[in-house]
Design a protein around this ligand. Structure first.
Ligand SMILES: NC(=O)c1ccc[n+]([C@@H]2O[C@H](COP(=O)([O-])OP(=O)(O)OC[C@H]3O[C@@H](n4cnc5c(N)ncnc54)[C@H](O)[C@@H]3O)[C@@H](O)[C@H]2O)c1
Length: 271
């Protein structure tokens, strides 16, 4: 087991990618502490983590936008377990909107959750990790942390910020034995993206645009998080790992392979 005896603090653990990571880490032997604002009671999550094999899993209700709640949660986990070895920052929100009309409250909320929240969790947990000899932090960015996503100005800005924060902390925390990496998923089917799939042509469009020809599933991201969290990645810090079916690797102006398009057939001769 890759995380035997490790204590893992996972934000956004109630849903989607965070939930899949919490369960995978439990199966890999970790003591998992989930943090989220959506569940008052974590009974169902704790039962699922126990079923996956976690010893004494924890759930702490709180909001990553509030540094005092983050600090309280981290103190509660360390009070119970004595340490935190792995942190995965998954809590996130997304607003879609036109730059001309996006309410400033939406901008503020996305930045507060997706960027400041990640910083508060890194800061609070790193202080503990430094005392116990180090660890691994994994921050959820997005392909929108590496390129611009249309109609998502706040989300794109915050996710670029997460990549920058990750690289900065990778240098500053290395001396204390803490590795810091980011994951940049493409489209992963979760409650956050479920609406995209209401249009049946969306998955067909992904099959054309994404080299591996499908949307991602939460296990695709959880497996990447497991690698970065574990000693398998002991010489890896400061990276932004895309988990996007190859989508970012290629852009050819013409959609997919566009059979018959001159873009793929044109020849040039010098004379
Ligand atoms: N699903 C995708 O396609 C995709 C792609 C790229 C990046 N991501 C990122 O992955 C992460 C997880 O996304 P998901 O798809 O699992 O979404 P999700 O909506 O299923 O889960 C997000 C979780 O974060 C929690 N959360 C939100 N705001 C919070 C706050 N202020 N404090 C505490 N918890 C809070 C929610 O309650 C929820 O449980 C996010 O950071 C998201 O931006 C997702």
């Amino acid at each position: 087991m890759l995380l035997a005896e490790r204590v893992a603090f996972v934000t956004g653990a109630a849903s989607g990618i965070g939930r899949a990571i919490a369960e995978l880490f439990a199966r890999e032997g970790a003591h998992v502490a989930g943090f989220d604002r959506s569940l008052e009671s974590g009974d169902e999550l704790i039962a699922a983590l126990e079923a996956a094999g976690a010893a004494e899993p924890l759930y702490v209700h709180g909001d990553v936008r509030l540094p005092a709640e983050v600090e309280e949660a981290v103190a509660a986990v360390v009070g119970r377990t004595g340490r935190i070895d792995v942190v995965v920052n998954c809590a996130g929100v997304r607003e879609i909107g036109d730059v001309y009309s996006m309410p400033t409250e939406e901008w503020d909320n996305v930045l507060a959750t997706n960027l400041s929240g990640v910083f508060y969790c890194c800061q609070s947990t790193a202080r503990r990790m430094r005392e116990t000899g180090g660890g691994s932090i994994v921050n959820l960015s997005s392909v929108g942390g590496l390129i611009g996503l249309s109609h998502r100005p706040a989300y794109t800005a915050a996710k670029h910020g997460v990549v920058g924060l990750t690289k900065s902390l990778a240098r500053d925390l290395a001396a204390d034995g803490i590795r810091v990496n980011a994951i940049c998923p493409g489209v992963i089917r979760t409650p956050l993206t479920e609406q995209y799939f209401e249009d049946s042509s969306f998955e067909q469009e992904l099959a054309v645009q994404v080299p591996l020809a499908r949307s991602g599933v939460t296990a695709d991201v959880a497996n990447a998080a497991l690698y970065l969290a574990s000693d398998m990645a002991s010489y890896v810090s400061g990276i932004a790992l895309t988990v996007d079916g190859g989508w970012l690797a290629e852009k050819s102006f013409v959609s997919g392979h566009a059979p018959g398009s001159p873009f793929f057939a044109a020849k040039h001769t010098a004379e």
